[in-house]
Write a protein that binds this ligand. Structure first.
Ligand SMILES: C[S@@+](CC[C@H](N)C(=O)[O-])C[C@H]1O[C@@H](n2cnc3c(N)ncnc32)[C@H](O)[C@@H]1O
Length: 408
């Protein structure tokens, strides 16, 4: 089924397309019985156009480059987007906002590690919540690669599934070639220099780079709401951000988190706990609430066998803590709000809370946004118990954790 009815020129002619135009994709022929790699046909339209049909796959440059305007000083991203979603960014309050800048002395450097290829290291102490750097991704695309290969027929039986996945990868590579061709020479060079751990699984060279380096973007999605990031969300491939490895010496937890600002179309990378000068920066390539076995399976995608203490010494108790810590913190938070009105709170409430806090720190879970909520609980309790200095310390730390979700 064609995604667009209006077709103009075959894609090969458009490979030199300037970035101030959008491009819509559609297959030129109906899918055959068996899979056959389809040539794509593209149609150019104005870079500011946003009223695309629902199923159109559009390649656009963000912020738009209008005619002979110079490129944006903060850089431009290529965005493969499902038609109607483009206007979400255009309508974001403040778009196109400048990319935030870190303040003070330089925060990081990229250099070779002994066992993980390139890595990123802190060049000074960085406080939890502090902006380490922000950047526009080189490329943003649907997390569900199937959208780039909608015409690959569904598998007819279980044996067909793998072949269908191969077909999707091959067909997606075609769209990617087109998007990467549109990049500025500098962005294209940076993109092609990124690590690729998917050289032998049927991924093309560009898809391999995507699968090695993509960050999920929770704030960009097709439709009314985010159903599931991998279903209707987007992923971004960064230049600098792609050099952040996965691991922490003491636990399977990061010291860096990111948020995506739609208005500036950029990722902000922030310290998710206090970082000391010289430490390597790590981002969790898997959710922190997974058991050790689940994390192992996720990390296998990146060819990583994690040797951190949390993975090496995982027990049923640590697995349980990871599964439950978010609900437990929420429950403590709800309960703590009743303390404000209570005449007094029993002193014995403190010890189990501190034990819980220590267990989280030991497991490395103090590098999560959720941990900030526990600091709020503790500060309320300390206040009620008349321990004002401890309450003040907790509140100060909590303020820093708030910066983790800060976007401008
Ligand atoms: C997003 S890249 C990170 C930067 C990469 N090291 C580089 O040289 O560009 C992801 C790849 O880095 C490597 N990597 C990341 N964390 C690792 C770890 N804990 N142990 C071994 N390799 C790791 C893996 O090859 C992984 O597929």
């Amino acid at each position: 089924m064609a995604k667009w009815k209006i077709l103009v020129r075959p894609i090969s002619i458009l490979c030199a397309a300037v970035q101030n135009r959008d491009t819509g994709f559609l297959p030129t022929t109906a899918p055959p019985e068996g899979f056959k790699l389809q040539e794509m046909t593209a149609k150019e339209s104005d870079a500011l156009k946003t009223d695309y049909p629902e199923n159109a796959v559009v390649v656009t440059t963000i912020p738009s480059i209008i005619y002979r305007d110079p490129p944006d000083p903060d850089g431009n991203s290529e965005w493969i987007v499902l038609g109607p979603t483009k206007q979400l960014v255009f309508k974001a309050p403040g778009y196109p906002r400048a990319v935030s800048k870190a303040t003070g002395l330089p925060t990081y450097e990229v250099r070779l590690t002994q066992d993980m290829g390139f890595g990123m290291f802190a060049t000074r102490d960085i406080k939890v919540g502090e902006l380490i750097f922000a950047e526009r991704p080189l490329l943003v695309m649907p997390a569900n690669f199937r959208l780039l290969a909608a015409d690959v027929p569904l598998p007819r039986n279980v044996e067909d599934i793998h072949a269908t996945q191969m077909a999707i990868l091959m067909q997606s590579e075609k769209t990617l070639e087109y998007a990467v061709d549109r990049m500025s020479p500098g962005n294209q060079k940076a993109f092609k220099a990124l690590a690729n751990m998917h050289t032998e699984d049927g991924s093309g060279p560009l898809m391999g780079i995507i699968r090695t380096n993509a960050y999920l973007i929770g704030s960009l999605y097709d439709g009314e709401k985010l159903v599931e990031p991998r279903q209707n969300g987007y992923v971004g491939i960064c230049n600098l951000g792609s050099r952040i490895n996965h691991r922490l010496t003491e636990s399977c937890m990061p010291n860096v988190d990111n948020v995506f600002s739609v208005a500036s179309f950029s990722f902000q990378f922030r310290a998710s706990r206090d970082i000391e000068a010289g430490e390597q920066l790590f981002y969790a390539y898997c959710d922190e609430n997974l058991t050790a076995a689940e994390r192992k399976a996720k990390l296998a995608r990146y060819a990583i066998v994690c040797s951190c203490a949390a993975c090496a010494h995982a027990t049923p108790e640590t697995d349980k803590l990871r599964k439950e810590y978010e609900q437990l913190i929420d429950a403590h938070d709800i309960k703590s709000k009743t303390w404000t009105k209570a005449r007094s709170v029993d002193k014995s409430t403190l010890e189990p809370l501190l034990e819980f806090q220590n267990a989280l720190i030991k497991e490395g879970l103090h590098g999560t946004k959720k941990y900030g909520l526990l600091l709020g609980v503790l500060s309320r309790l300390y206040l009620k118990l008349g321990q004002h200095d401890n309450a003040k310390d907790c509140l100060e730390k909590l303020r820093e954790y708030h910066n983790l979700s800060y976007i401008n």
